[in-house]
Design a binder for this molecule. Structure first.
Ligand code: UT7
Length: 334
């Protein structure tokens, strides 16, 4: 028997935060050549929330504090803060350190991970490893302020994204529980990374006359080849979810709840159909939040928890994809 797959983890608390400004499709139609009908029919999105230029780490702190409260845990009991984002306020220090300082988690090690929209899936896998290497209580936060990077003149991408944060407190399971992951990357050329945001910097070397080479043009703000991402996403979600089931020895029928990355309802519906997962087992919140990258899944967990829909023993499949092009899935028995 494969013992490794029974080294499970449990979720002891959840929290989430959406900034106050709710932006409906009709608000975007007031400033762009778009319509409520186009956005809903092509993406499934009705609303999203904007952080209006405030720092991302403050959203992360709000979700973290709520997760600690729901876990009835003091910040000083946390021995690791794992943080996922593609939209940090600083390149350094990492955001996990900012959270550690604000919530007074004085006993916590800190690490940021950056795996775009696959960040929560990758982070769950990493958290499991950390818990079995000796850490006891992990605060895992994902917070995304995508409007920092959004190009509001590009109607094909700006209507998709929103801001928000989610957090979970994780511990080792006391009894055998299933946990299996499958993580992969479909490589992209650094010259044309398909879905990207290039850091802007000004070269200031004093020897610039001798060595300066003009950097390649990447365009400003978030850049995306929507059709290419769409095609990749359907294949990636299907491959990852069926591979992780195969590794675990489960079929789609054995999964109680499927939490996919919320990028486009049509991507989710096509992947779910290919996998033979009944729609009632699939959690969808894209209508309300838009795409909030790696924060989608912990926000979903918090919504499910508040609705009393997370039951001990449930097998949850998380499947995601994003820039990189990263993709993967986790099956976790809670
Ligand atoms: O976390 C991962 C992040 N990214 C994604 O997941 C993106 C994946 N891709 C997608 O979700 C879809 O490709 C989009 C939603 C981005 C686009 O949907 P589509 O059905 O692939 O539309 P399209 O690109 O084929 O465009 C169809 C038409 C075009 O007009 P013409 O050329 O047919 O006249 C676009 O210019 O729709 C137009 N269009 C819009 N019209 C109204 C594009 N964006 C908009 C818009 N409102 N916001």
């Amino acid at each position: 028997m494969n013992q490794e797959k029974f080294r499970g983890i449990k979720i002891t608390g959840t929290g989430s935060y959406s900034p106050p400004l709710k932006v409906a499709n009709s608000d975007l139609a007031d400033i762009l050549d778009t319509s409520d009908e186009w956005i809903i029919s092509r993406t499934g999105i009705k609303n999203r929330y904007y952080n209006e230029g405030r720092p991302n780490y403050l959203m992360a702190v709000k979700a973290a504090e709520l997760a600690l409260k729901s876990a009835e845990t003091n910040a000083s009991d946390i021995d690791y803060i794992l943080f996922s984002t593609s939209t940090p306020d600083f390149i350094y220090p990492i955001t996990a350190c900012l959270i550690q300082n604000v919530i007074h988690a004085e006993n916590a090690a800190c690490l940021d991970i950056s795996s775009a929209c696959t960040g929560f899936v990758a982070g769950l896998d990493m958290a499991r490893g950390l818990l079995y290497s000796g850490y006891n209580k992990i605060l895992f936060v994902a917070s995304e302020c995508l409007t920092q990077h959004t190009d509001f003149t590009d109607r094909a991408s700006c209507v998709l994204f929103g801001d928000g944060a989610g957090a979970v407190v994780l511990e080792r399971a006391e009894t055998e529980k299933i946990f299996t992951s499958y993580l992969r990357v479909k490589g992209v050329s650094p010259d044309k990374p398909v879905l990207y945001y290039k850091v802007e910097y000004e070269f200031n070397c004093p020897f610039e006359d001798k060595t300066y080479k003009k950097p390649a043009e990447y365009g400003k703000r978030l850049q995306m080849d929507g059709k290419e991402v769409y095609k990749f996403a359907v294949e990636a979600m299907t491959e990852a979810a069926s591979a992780v089931c195969g590794k675990t020895g489960l079929t789609a029928d054995d999964i109680d709840l499927y939490i996919p990355h919320q990028a486009n309802i049509r991507i989710i519906q096509t992947a779910v159909k290919a996998l033979g997962i009944p729609p009632e087992k699939v959690y969808i919140n894209i209508e309300e939040h838009g795409n909030i990258s790696s924060a989608c899944m912990p926000v979903a967990l918090d919504e499910l928890s508040k609705a009393g829909k997370l039951k001990a023993g449930m097998k949850i499949c998380f499947a995601g994809f994003g820039a990189g092009l990263t993709y993967g899935a986790v099956i976790m028995e809670i």
